[in-house]
Design a protein around this ligand. Structure first.
Ligand code: ATP
Ligand code: MG
Length: 367
C-alpha cells in the first residue's frame, strides 16, 4: 500500500503542512530537530491510532495549541481512502472517507506500516521484551484473530500473577492454581506457536537481507527460545510440555510469587557468524541486523496478508558505511513505498528515482 498525501494541523512542531509522497523511495532530508521523525510518526499514528514513541496523545499536540489533526490519503490494491484522526482535550475522533467511525478500534490496521525507529538497534542487545514485542507486533498485524493472542495471554498472566502475589499460604495451593494453570496454557500455546512460525519465517528473510547488505562472511541466525515446547510440536504436545514445566516449577513459583513458565519469559536468540550477537555485534552490525529484521517483517506481512506495508525508516543510515548504505537503499527499493529520514547528503547513492522532501522548521517541501 501507498500513502499519497499527509496533512498535519498543529501536530508536534507543524502548524499546518500538506505533504505529497511518491511511490518508491521518499527521502526526508534536513538538519536535526526540523520535523523529519514527526512526519514519520504521523503516518505510524494513522496505522496504529497511537504513537510509537509518545505514551500520551497530548504530547503530539503542538505546544500552545489545544487540538491536533492528522489525515492521510492512501492507496490499497487500487482503492483510495482517506483516514483522519483528530484529538484534543475532548478525546479523539476518527473519520474514514469523511464518515465518523464509532470507535477508533475498527479503523486500526486499515493502514499497514513497518517502522524502523532510532531505538531499533536495541533489538539486538536490549531486553528480551523488545524481541518479543517484535514478534507480537507482527502477530497483531496478521488479522483480527491473531491480533488478540498477545493481549489475551497478557490478561491471563496478570490475573494469575495477582493470585500468586496474594497467596498467603495454606495447603490448597495446587488446587487453587489449577484453573489458572489451564487458562495460562490455553492462552500461551497459540501465542507460542504463532511466535515460532513468525520467528522461523522472518529468520530466513532476515538472513537473506543480511547477506545482501553485509556480504557473505557472517550468517545471521534468529531462533525463538521458549520456556517449553519446540517449533515442530503440535498443540497437544505443547500443552503437555507446558503443564509439565509448570508442575516442575510449582514450589519455585510459590516462593517467587510470580509466573515462571510461559511466553513472557521467552526470547529470540540472535547469532551472527556463529557468535551471540548480544555480546559481540558492533554498532554497525546491530543497526544492520535490526534493519534486516524490519525488512523481514515487511516481507512476511506482505506474503501473509497480501498487503505490502509502507516502510518507514527513521535514521537507518548513521553508523553504516557507504557500501551498506547503498545496499540498504537497493533492498528498500524492492518494495512499493518507503519513507526514509536522513540528515546526510545521500545524493551520491541515489539513482535519481527518489522523491526528496526537504524538512525545515516544521515545513516539508518537495525539491
Ligand atoms: N508537541 C510539540 N510541540 C512543538 N514542538 C514539538 C512537539 N513535540 C516535538 N516537538 C519538536 O519538534 C522538533 C522536531 O522533532 P523531530 O523528532 O521530528 O526532529 P528530526 O527532524 O527527526 O531531528 P533529528 O535529525 O535530530 O532526528 C523538535 O525540536 C521537537 O522538540
Ligand atoms: Mg529524527
Amino acid at each position: 500500500m501507498i500513502v499519497e498525501r499527509v496533512r498535519l494541523d498543529n501536530f508536534r512542531n507543524y502548524s499546518h503542512a500538506d505533504v505529497e509522497f511518491a511511490p518508491g523511495n521518499n527521502l526526508l532530508t534536513g538538519t536535526n530537530a526540523q520535523g523529519k521523525s514527526n512526519l514519520l510518526e504521523a503516518v505510524y499514528l494513522l496505522a496504529h491510532l497511537k504513537s510509537h514513541r509518545a505514551g500520551r496523545m497530548r504530547d503530539l499536540v503542538k505546544n500552545g495549541e489545544k487540538e491536533s489533526a492528522v489525515s492521510g490519503r492512501f492507496l490499497d490494491s487500487g482503492r483510495s481512502f482517506t483516514l483522519k484522526l483528530a484529538f484534543g482535550p475532548t478525546g479523539r475522533k476518527v473519520e474514514l472517507n469523511g464518515q465518523p467511525q464509532g470507535s477508533g478500534g475498527r479503523s486500526r490496521g486499515l493502514v499497514q506500516c513497518v517502522m524502523f525507529s532510532p531505538d531499533d538497534p536495541l533489538l539486538v542487545k536490549g531486553e528480551p521484551s523488545l524481541r518479543r514485542d517484535f514478534l507480537d507486533e507482527t502477530c497483531e498485524a496478521l488479522g483480527p484473530v491473531e491480533a488478540g493472542l498477545p493481549a489475551d495471554y497478557a490478561r491471563v498472566l496478570r490475573q494469575r500473577n495477582a493470585l500468586l502475589k496474594g497467596w498467603e499460604g495454606g495447603a490448597r495451593f495446587e488446587e487453587a492454581m489449577g484453573p489458572w494453570d489451564e487458562a495460562l496454557v490455553r492462552a500461551a500455546v497459540p501465542l507460542v506457536r504463532m511466535r515460532f512460525e513468525i520467528a522461523g519465517e522472518t529468520a530466513v528473510m532476515a538472513a537473506d537481507a543480511y547477506t545482501g547488505i553485509a556480504g557473505g562472511e557472517k550468517r545471521l541466525e534468529l531462533s525463538y527460545r521458549s520456556t517449553f515446547g519446540g517449533p515442530g510440536e503440535d498443540v497437544r504436545e505443547m500443552e503437555l510440555s507446558m503443564r509439565q514445566r509448570i508442575e516442575e516449577r510449582r514450589e519455585e513459583e510459590k516462593r517467587a510469587k510470580t509466573t515462571l513458565v510461559g511466553p513472557h519469559r521467552d526470547d529470540v536468540e540472535i547469532r551472527l557468524g556463529g557468535s551471540d550477537a548480544r555480546l559481540t555485534a558492533s554498532q554497525g552490525e546491530q543497526r544492520s541486523i535490526a534493519f534486516c529484521m524490519r525488512i523481514a517483517q515487511r516481507e512476511y506481512l506482505s506474503s501473509e496478508t497480501d498487503r505490502e506495508p509502507i516502510l518507514l525508516l527513521d535514521d537507518v543510515f548513521s553508523e553504516l558505511d557507504e557500501m551498506r548504505r547503498k545496499r540498504v537503499l537497493d533492498l528498500v527499493a524492492r518494495g512499493s513505498q518507503a519513507i526514509i529520514t536522513t540528515t546526510e547528503d545521500l545524493r551520491g547513492l541515489l539513482g535519481g528515482e527518489e522523491r526528496i522532501i526537504e524538512v525545515s522548521e516544521g515545513t516539508a517541501k518537495v525539491v
